[in-house]
Structure formats: structure tokens, C-alpha cells
Design a protein around this ligand. Structure first.
Ligand code: PNS
Length: 159
């Protein structure tokens, strides 16, 4: 059975990696696709290009059993269908996440009733970590290293 963990991953954080590692253990021999959204629209241009984000996720999940990284654009449910995934995985940190994620899960179920969303609670130490906080801190020349895997830190400083 295939599951899909979608996100913009701009950049991938310690919180994302923890969800990937914990879920892939639970998913044992099955496939987990990390689906990296193009994430580019009128209001938002990611810091890292899609290719950079795919490479980063690939490098960080190399050797994690059953995990592969793929880019996607358009509707998540359409991409999930194309890959044959039956589950969408999303992490939850707090009530704000819950409100947003619940709405997205219900919309995705309307679009693809055969695909189920599974929520994974964030670890205590990752509750205040987010890609958007990383981008805000970095934009103001602050240090967001503590939110990030070591391999991402230098690249962010360069940007
Ligand atoms: O990590 P993020 O940025 O919170 O991830 C959000 C993401 C990419 C999972 C979400 O925006 C998404 O699924 N985008 C694809 C478009 C789509 O299918 N939207 C849901 C229906 S409105």
C-alpha cells in the first residue's frame, strides 16, 4: 500500500523529517512518497526551487526504507491517484493546524473519497518548528539552524 506525505518543504525541517521517520517505521515494507508541491503562485514564491527541494528531500531520506521523493503540481488528490496512493499523511502541531488540516482533509475526501487522510501528532520538541518560521527568521538574518537538518543550513544562509 502506498501513502503520500505532501508539502511545500520550503525548506524541509526537523519536524517534517521526524514525521517521515516515524511514519515509515509504522508503514514497514510499504511505499511512502514524499510529494513536493511546486508551491509557486501569485502570492508566494518559494526560497528554494522545486529541483532544490526535491534534491534536499532525496538526500535526507536516502536509506529510509520505502521512501521516495517526487515533485507535483496541481491537485494533490490527482497526483495521489496517479501514484496509486490510498493515504495522505499530514503532521499536526496544534489546534490551528487541526482547523486547517481538517478542512483540507474534508475537501480532499470530496475530491477523492477512496483516499483517507492520516494525521500524525508532532513530537513535543517540534511543536513550534515550521518552514514559514524558518523563512521569517532567515529573512531577518536570524539563526533558524535549530529548526533544520544540518544539510539544509548552509544552503539557506546562501539564499
Ligand atoms: O507544507 P504545506 O505548504 O502546508 O503543504 C500544503 C499542500 C502542498 C499539501 C497543499 O497546499 C496542497 O495539497 N496543495 C495542492 C493543491 C490541492 O490539492 N489543494 C487542496 C484542495 S483546495
Amino acid at each position: 500500500m502506498t501513502a503520500i506525505f505532501p508539502g511545500t518543504f520550503d525548506p524541509i525541517t526537523n519536524g517534517h523529517l521526524d514525521i517521515i521517520r516515524r511514519f515509515s517505521r509504522l508503514w514497514s515494507d510499504d511505499k511512502l512518497i514524499i510529494a513536493i508541491a511546486e508551491g509557486e503562485n501569485a502570492e508566494k514564491k518559494p526560497i528554494f526551487t522545486l529541483e532544490e527541494r526535491v534534491d534536499q528531500v532525496r538526500a535526507l531520506t536516502d536509506g529510509v526504507r520505502g521512501v521516495e521523493a517526487q515533485a507535483f503540481s496541481g491537485l494533490l488528490t490527482e497526483f495521489a491517484r496517479k501514484t496509486g496512493a490510498r493515504y495522505i499523511i499530514r503532521g499536526l502541531r496544534n489546534g490551528t493546524d487541526f482547523d486547517y488540516e481538517m478542512e483540507m482533509a474534508l475537501i480532499n475526501r470530496q475530491l477523492a473519497p477512496e483516499i483517507e487522510t492520516i494525521f500524525i501528532p508532532a513530537a513535543l520538541e517540534h511543536m513550534i518548528i515550521s518552514s514559514s518560521a524558518v523563512r521569517r527568521i532567515a529573512g531577518l538574518r536570524g539563526n533558524a539552524d535549530w529548526m533544520l537538518p544540518e544539510q539544509i543550513r548552509a544552503g539557506l544562509r546562501e539564499k
